[in-house]
Ligand binder design. Structure first.
Ligand SMILES: Nc1nc2c(c(=O)[nH]1)N[C@H]1C(S)=C(S)[C@@H](COP(=O)(O)OP(=O)(O)OC[C@H]3O[C@@H](n4cnc5c(=O)[nH]c(N)nc54)[C@H](O)[C@@H]3O)O[C@H]1N2
Ligand SMILES: Nc1nc2c(c(=O)[nH]1)N[C@H]1C(S)=C(S)[C@@H](COP(=O)(O)OP(=O)(O)OC[C@H]3O[C@@H](n4cnc5c(=O)[nH]c(N)nc54)[C@H](O)[C@@H]3O)O[C@H]1N2
Ligand code: SF4
Ligand SMILES: [Mo]
Length: 757
């Protein structure tokens, strides 16, 4: 007998494809069948190979089922929730009283599919007076955010479904996805003779194999290549003068700089034939529409912020914005990039308290976190809350990161599993998994139709773990952020239904400076119990729906939600609760983009003097590692068929290559005298490991690549610790980072390789 299909979503990458699942096995607590959900508005039945292994997440090793407290001998003891919440609140309050709330640092807030914790933790952070925070975004996207903030006060995405030319720079969407139904979209682009797929990657990736033009750049030389592409656009007059005239200020500065680019010389530095670069530039310049996606290959590499700028110039100077197939600004429920308007002309980023590093989108650069802790500065970070993140594994220089985490007065970790970070904590608070509570992602970037999906829980949480909303509500209550009396009128109104609740919530909470910052947990406590069973954690989404309606009433109306904005918000929230496959909440016209450009005059501001200055330094800069001791460039953290950050801890989830081989070119392998499966010693300035190699025609000589997410310490079947593969950040350094955004150069780690006799 086959069971019934239940709807949910995949949590393994930002796409969050809709899934249908069947449950069974012991206690009915396992996934037995999984398939794509055809009713999901974005993925439409698509799913890659990874979600079929999701039972290794839901029933993975090292699940935490009780709050834990570190004892004096370094082991953990189980404590009850009452004790855990009271002690965490007391210890953090003491730090706040003595040193100020700004010394309490928050990291994380969600992975690829769970962003409600970020919404609820905002209340705890405010109750503590915490000011500094960070997340994985501050080791990949903040450089791009800074460039986009300066350019237009917004972040853009590309319309790959409709573009004539699709350009991927340091991005391998065949494996990493990042656009809906990636493999379908890529194949369509490749098949259509009128369209072109252009890929910039030093490897012949699965995406590059499909490409019409593959610019197989030498690792770390994208700045030269992108400058050359821009140079051809300007020098062959392929720019869109009418668009620039109408929409762009300050274009003359980058145009003058690009006019002076020695194209032939820069192509040679980048290792790409000049004719192919010219062909790509002409294809881009003449296309009806161009969509671009830059990702880790250039964002975690030398000149990363300059790369982002040069990439934006390609589509700004060719007028590929606010039209079908070009760049767009999605309407979002929550902006993961934060408010970028302040970065507009002359805007200054805030600075971190100890290392004085730029804070972009409110995030402390990940590579400066150890320096913010390991210091005797009075403003140093003394306590830290880590939620749904594993910085001891995922941030540069794990050894230094562990030292910093251990030096904190108090480390509190909220996770489902005993991670590398949790093992260093003073308190570990166990969370329900993403399939045991209502959850949602704020990676909603589609256009012209955008969608949102609150997933309904599939399982009851076991005795012990709690959803983050409950954890944060209890912490705020223990911190005395609000009282039962404060909530009494809200409880009474909520019992009468949402129409009665709205005015009371606005009057008692939003117009009360003490309670407004607590809005997320107050909604959870008061509105939450009146939501459908299991959906209490979705309460904060009601507030987001109201915020969205106030700002994007037209987009909502086009999506079918009519009426005044208050009514639209209520209809939207009902639709979210009633749509187990997700709901289209926003429909836009292409030219809507112009209303979303947040510069004072609504025009792009294309001149960026700091980055133009850096562009000028390329003439004298050298490609390569520049270190004869470390002649190889190691890209540490490649996305492969069976990698998913550290969401899975059980190595068996991987169907192939359980140890995560180091990919190496055939030439380098024969020079070293190694074959696939042989072990080599891989060394960098920070560490040295033994790893099996895979001789791969994808790789060019001098470039080697390790997968991401491996090397976690899981507990195996007999209680023994098992570690499969290399933890990439045992090999990376804090100093290897961008000078503007502080983002790490994980894809450009100087390395040495020796055969093992
Ligand atoms: N399967 C899988 N998918 C994932 C994830 C996962 O763990 N596994 N993680 C998700 C997350 S969090 C993210 S941020 C995205 C990241 O998605 P991607 O950025 O696509 O992933 P990577 O494989 O890290 O890097 C992309 C490419 O950069 C190339 N590269 C290396 N050096 C250079 C260089 O010098 N120049 C250029 N132009 N390219 C270079 C690599 O060869 C690689 O093909 O993936 C998401 N999707
Ligand atoms: N060298 C190198 N390092 C890299 C990268 C690279 O390419 N190279 N890539 C970087 C990138 S792009 C990213 S995004 C980061 C990712 O690294 P992190 O941001 O650290 O994220 P994850 O590894 O996904 O860890 C997510 C954590 O959330 C926990 N979790 C899962 N579900 C829940 C839940 O419902 N509630 C709670 N509270 N916890 C939950 C998991 O157990 C896990 O510990 O890694 C980065 N690190
Ligand atoms: S593309 Fe991403 S979200 Fe979709 S099924 Fe694959 S891993 Fe999951
Ligand atoms: Mo990421």
């Amino acid at each position: 007998m086959s069971g019934s299909w239940k709807k949910t979503a995949c949590i393994l990458c930002e796409c969050n494809c809709g899934l249908e699942v069947q449950l069974g096995g012991e206690g009915n607590r396992h996934f037995t069948r999984i398939r794509g959900d055809k009713a999901h508005p974005a993925s439409k039945g698509y799913a890659c190979e990874k979600p079929h292994r999701l039972d290794y997440y839901q029933n993975g090793p090292d699940r935490i089922t009780s709050p834990l407290r570190r004892t004096s001998d370094g082991t953990f003891e189980e404590i009850d929730w009452g004790t855990a919440i009271r002690e965490v609140a007391e210890r953090l309050s003491a730090i706040k009283d003595e040193h100020g709330g700004s010394t309490i640092f928050y990291y994380g807030g969600g992975g690829q599919g769970n962003h409600l914790p970020a919404a609820y933790s905002a209340a705890t952070r405010r109750a503590l007076g915490s000011r500094y925070r960070s997340s994985a975004l501050a080791q990949e996207k903040t450089g791009e955010f800074w460039v986009s903030g300066r350019l237009m006060g917004q972040v853009t995405r590309g319309d790959f479904e409709h573009c004539e030319v699709g350009l991927f720079i340091g991005k391998n969407p065949w494996q990493s996805h990042g656009i809906p139904r990636a493999r379908v979209t890529l194949r369509e682009m490749a098949k259509d003779p009128k369209r072109a797929l252009v890929v910039i990657d030093p490897r012949k990736t699965e995406t590059a194999e499909l490409a019409d033009i593959h610019l197989q750049v030498k690792p770390g030389t994208d700045a030269w290549l992108l400058a050359a592409l821009g140079g051809v656009l300007v020098q062959e007059d392929l720019v869109d003068h009418a668009f620039i005239e109408e929409h762009v200020d300050g274009a003359e500065d980058p145009i003058a700089a690009l006019r002076g680019i020695p194209v032939a010389e820069y192509c040679q530095t980048a290792g790409v034939p000049e004719e192919l670069v010219r062909e790509a530039a002409r294809r881009i310049g003449k296309a009806e529409s161009v969509a671009v996606f830059e990702d880790l290959g250039i964002q975690m590499n030398r000149f990363s912020t300059l790369n982002s700028y040069l990439n934006k110039l390609l589509w700004v100077l060719t007028g590929n914005f606010a039209k079908k197939g070009g760049q767009y600004v999605p309407s979002v429920l929550v902006s993961v990039a934060g408010n970028l308007e302040k970065l507009g002309a002359g805007g200054e980023a805030k600075r971190s308290p100890v290392a004085n590093e730029p804070i972009i989108s409110g995030l402390t650069p990940c590579n400066s976190i150890p320096a913010e802790i390991l210091s005797d500065h009075s403003k140093r970070y003394r306590a830290m809350i880590v939620e749904s993140g594993n910085p001891a594994h995922s941030l540069a220089d794990s050894a230094r990161m562990r030292e910093a985490l251990e030096a904190l007065d108090t480390l509190v970790v909220i996770d489902i599993a005993m991670t590398e970070t949790a093992r260093l904590a003073d308190y570990v608070l166990p969370a329900a998994t993403q399939y045991e509570k209502a959850e949602a992602t704020f990676f909603n970037f589609e256009f012209p139709h955008n969608y949102f999906h609150v997933r309904q829980p599939l399982f009851e949480a076991p005795e012990g773990p709690l959803p983050e909303a409950e954890i944060h509500a209890r912490l705020c209550e223990a911190l005395g952020a609000y009282t039962d009396e404060d909530l009494a009128p809200l409880h009474a109104a909520a019992a009468q239904g949402r129409p009665a609740f709205i005015p009371v919530f606005f009057a008692k909470v939003l117009s009360n400076p003490k309670l407004a910052p607590m809005a997320p947990v107050i909604l959870y406590r008061t509105l939450g119990p009146h939501l459908p069973p299991g959906m209490q954690s979705a309460a904060v989404v009601w507030g987001l729906a109201h915020q969205f309606a106030a700002k994007f009433s037209e987009s909502l109306r086009r999506a079918g939600f009519e009426g005044p904005s208050m009514v639209q918000a209520e209809k939207l929230f009902d639709a979210i609760l009633d749509s187990p496959s997700g709901v289209v909440f926003s429909v836009d016209d292409y030219d809507e983009g112009w209303k979303r450009v947040m510069t004072p005059n609504g025009r792009f501001q294309a001149s960026n003097p700091e980055l133009l200055q850096e562009l000028a330094t390329l003439v004298d800069a050298q490609p390569g590692t520049g270190q004869s001791e470390f002649p190889f460039v190691l890209s540490a953290g490649e996305r492969r068929s069976f990698t998913a950050n550290t969401i899975f801890r059980a190595p068996e989830w991987r169907k192939k290559d359980p140890e995560g081989s180091l990919r190496i070119s055939p030439d380098d392998a024969s020079e070293l005298g190694v074959q696939s499966g042989d072990y080599v010693r891989l060394s960098t300035r920070r560490g040295s490991v033994e790893v099996p190699v895979e001789v791969s025609a994808m790789m060019q000589p001098g470039h080697v690549s390790l997968p991401n997410g491996l090397g976690v310490d899981a507990t195996g079947p007999e209680g023994r610790s098992v570690r499969a593969g290399v933890a990439p950040n045992e090999l990376t350094s804090l100093e290897d980072r961008d000078s503007f955004a502080g983002t790490p150069w994980h894809k450009h780690v100087p390395a040495r390789i020796e055969a093992i006799a």
